[in-house]
Design a binder for this molecule. Sequence first.
Ligand SMILES: *[C@@H]1O[C@H](CO)[C@@H](O)[C@H](O)[C@H]1NC(C)=O
Ligand SMILES: *[C@@H]1O[C@H](CO)[C@@H](O)[C@H](O)[C@H]1NC(C)=O
Ligand SMILES: *[C@@H]1O[C@H](CO)[C@@H](O)[C@H](O)[C@H]1NC(C)=O
Ligand SMILES: *[C@@H]1O[C@H](CO)[C@@H](O)[C@H](O)[C@H]1NC(C)=O
Ligand SMILES: *[C@@H]1O[C@H](CO)[C@@H](O)[C@H](O)[C@H]1NC(C)=O
Length: 432
Amino acid sequence: MRFKYTISLVFIVALVIIEKENNIISRVSEKLTPKQSPPTSLEPSDSVPESVQGLLKANGSYFTMKRRLENYTEDRSDIMAGNRKHILLLATTRTGSSFVGEFFNQQGDNMFYLFEPLWHVERSLTLETGGTNATACARAYQEVLKGLFLCDFTPLESFIDPLPVGHVTTALFRRESSSSLCEETVCSPFVKKVYERYRCRTRKCGPLNLTLASESCQQKMHRVIKSVRVRQLETLRPLAEDPHLDVKFIQLVRDPRAVLASRMVAFHYRYKTWKKWAVDGDVPIDDDEVKKLKGNCDTIRMSAEVGLSQPSWLRERYMLVRYEDIARFPMRKAAEMYEFTGIPFTPQVKEWILKNTQASTEASGVYSTQKNSSEQVEKWRFNIPYKLVQVVQEACGSTLKLFGYRFVNSEEMLRDKSISLIEEKYFVQDTS
Ligand SMILES: *[C@@H]1O[C@H](CO)[C@@H](O)[C@H](O)[C@H]1NC(C)=O
Ligand SMILES: *[C@@H]1O[C@H](CO)[C@@H](O)[C@H](O)[C@H]1NC(C)=O
Ligand SMILES: *[C@@H]1O[C@H](CO)[C@@H](O)[C@H](O)[C@H]1NC(C)=O
Ligand SMILES: *[C@@H]1O[C@H](CO)[C@@H](O)[C@H](O)[C@H]1NC(C)=O
Ligand SMILES: *[C@@H]1O[C@H](CO)[C@@H](O)[C@H](O)[C@H]1NC(C)=O
């Protein structure tokens, strides 16, 4: 927002200068009568006589100004015409959100995609106990997200550690996962050698200049942010109601039994209690870990219940997607998501999906190293003791039910791949 105001301010100043030149020129040429156009009319070509335009054209700065202004007007009218979209992809860890995020990251030149910017916020608001103050976090998330959707990095900057110097940082979490942050226009031309933990892989880019990132963001039509950190959808209501934004939420969920199996592998250390139980076969049912699991399941379910109940503030702004459906029918689900967002489903995305899911048989073959994503869906059933599956079913029963994940009642059923644990369920999005 601030950026836009700066542009308009700069333009007003420019108009004043142009007016002055008008006066000088009109003294020598009677043909020219300076028009009293208000600077807010945002129509430079009308307010500047042709000869003056010619004069300024030579300099070029007028053109730059005019283009910036066009971008600014386009920006506003796009929001008003409902063209510009702000999408928040909400998930929890190990639900395939990085993969689904790629559906948007690969969209092309009109997309500004950010991967987990809230990582910084959560990190700096983490208390000594290891937990976070949910109220404080929710407020900060909302503020940072709003800034980012409007291409303003300043709210985020205050959470980056170490603090960016002159809006330049080497510490933006997983920068390389946002292709928008590794584009030519965002790269600093003269790069001093410094250590960058999160450096671009596609090109030599140097530390991230957030001023350039913001400028690049302004040029893009759509903005997508992925986050596994927002807990309650309801806390984002102010974003949905913000007149400067057109936010839609996609909530990505996955079978909690599969999530646990996956986390036990990925977050080895944090899940060592579960691993111990897996070996011992004995789970104390009122253990804190089980309570935490139940709490997580409930949080996800409650957000989904809010979304699916279609309160007026979420009308046409919420979509629920199951990881399992994306893995089994990636192209179809991607098309549905794009339709929901109102963003064009580009050939680049389709190509990426084909390449990375083997969605079509053409992409398969003995030499392919890509995962068969349909096959991946069932893998967890062989990686987790039945005992732990029972614990999850106990703690997350209503969540399983809501999302259409079938309960297993024996180890044989768990391991029998001919029995699907995914009910065919369509989560109706009212778009009327
Ligand atoms: C063009 O305008 C800029 C300021 O907008 C000025 O600094 C520069 O000297 C001008 N260049 C020429 C060639 O007149
Ligand atoms: C205005 O936007 C276009 C494309 O969206 C871009 O090429 C151009 O550089 C922008 N102009 C300025 C001055 O930012
Ligand atoms: C959490 O943060 C809010 C707002 O900063 C504060 O009012 C509240 O006291 C905090 N709660 C706890 C338990 O620290
Ligand atoms: C970052 O980019 C802005 C805009 O181009 C520029 O004015 C600024 O000098 C850059 N900062 C650094 C440290 O290069
Ligand atoms: C992927 O795996 C599924 C399940 O095993 C199988 O039906 C499908 O044919 C496989 N697809 C490809 C392209 O290999």
